[in-house]
Write a protein that binds this ligand. Sequence first.
Ligand SMILES: Cc1cc2nc3c(=O)[nH]c(=O)nc-3n(C[C@H](O)[C@H](O)[C@H](O)COP(=O)(O)OP(=O)(O)OC[C@H]3O[C@@H](n4cnc5c(N)ncnc54)[C@H](O)[C@@H]3O)c2cc1C
Length: 433
Amino acid sequence: MSKSSGSGTGKKGGSRPDAVIVGAGIIGCGIALALGRKGYEPLVVERSEDSGLGSTRLSTAVIRQRFGHATTVALALEGMRTWQRWGDFLNVDDSEGMASFKETGVAWLLPTDQADTSGISRMMAHVGAVTERVKPGQLADRFPTLQFPEEPGSIEAIVEPEAGYVDDPWLATHNLRVAAEAAGARFIFGTRVTEITNRFAAATGTARQVTGVVTDKGGAISSPVVVNAAGPASAGVNLLARCPLSLTTAPLRQQVLEGPAPAVSHARSATPVFADLTAGYYCRPDPARLRIGSIDPRDEVDFQSNPDKPDEVVSSSFRKAKLAAHSRRMPSGKMRSIQPLVGLYDVTVADWTPILDRTDLEGYFVAIGTSGAWFKGGPTIGFLMAELIDAIRSGGQDHDSSPVLIRLPITRNLIDMSFFSRLRRPHRTGGLL
Ligand SMILES: Cc1cc2nc3c(=O)[nH]c(=O)nc-3n(C[C@H](O)[C@H](O)[C@H](O)COP(=O)(O)OP(=O)(O)OC[C@H]3O[C@@H](n4cnc5c(N)ncnc54)[C@H](O)[C@@H]3O)c2cc1C
């Protein structure tokens, strides 16, 4: 990993940035690129020595569209279309190489009696996402590397044929960062934001507006816009701004198991990413790093008090349960050696849906609560945030009473940003499924 690709050497040579972005994960780098392309000169402040080392580094990076609401399907679809044309989208050379999208397809293995299966597929089709239904009797032919020992007729599959995974989420984030730098963004690494400053707004004398950040290097950086893209540290960063949200976010521990699985490579074309709702686990069939994890992250709910120091121990009950489910479903996918890993989701506790919004502190924005599902949407969330910030800052739009609407550039779906508001009633259809 490179430590820096030109940190602090932007075209303005250290002058006041138009926006400070806290965090250089997939979300912060996506926002930096989109703001840069809109003519802003953002500065990203990252406490680690490199981009993409937070939640993003451990992402399984599955790119799929099946969600319970048309808006999240639209966001995921635009994300997938972006990953499909990654090189053209970024239009830069990265000396580290380019991340690549592996179009394996994604199969959802579901109980046949699930009431909403047809409804979700119809809704997805309406948004433009392609799915195929594989009936119980066709499963064995369609997925020769998987076993279906259950009672005949009890399982079916919904396949997203164009979906898949990104092979290296760290590299993808690095690619975004290089493109952001080319668009005029600057990055400072190894620097923690310790305070978000504000003052009474001149116009009202009562409302507060953000004035910049203070870092652990002792410097104050003034800026009219600060964006919280701090991932699992997002709730703490809101407190640095003295701006907690009623829709709160919290770091949730996630366990995964990873390792090479040689047998997968022989049948790679036939093995999609699969999310097995009947057994409660998912599998990314990357032959070099097959990964299994929990499809229901509420399996072992384990919120962490300190996002800097999560409990790193993978429980033996998790390991046993997931390996048993995997060896039953995919006997040929046995990992040669197993690396247990722990990552953190930044969860919007009430509904598992991101909060992409302004706040009551003028100029302070949040792109948080990605809830374990939005690596796939990182570049698109960057675009949405840049449009939102610009509509509010330049256009003066009161987003709380008159929501900003944004047309997605590739799929042309229209996003009503009130869906991601901090003031929303929690969605019933949020979450991973
Ligand atoms: C195990 C696991 C599996 C996942 N699988 C998938 C998947 O299959 N598909 C999918 O789409 N998504 C998946 N996700 C979710 C996805 O990875 C996240 O939604 C996404 O990476 C969040 O990115 P982020 O930029 O918000 O957070 P992060 O990557 O955590 O970035 C935030 C950054 O902010 C920095 N920071 C925090 N506080 C400060 C501060 N005070 N000062 C300066 N810097 C600060 C941190 O160091 C960090 O680098 C998964 C996540 C995990 C953990």
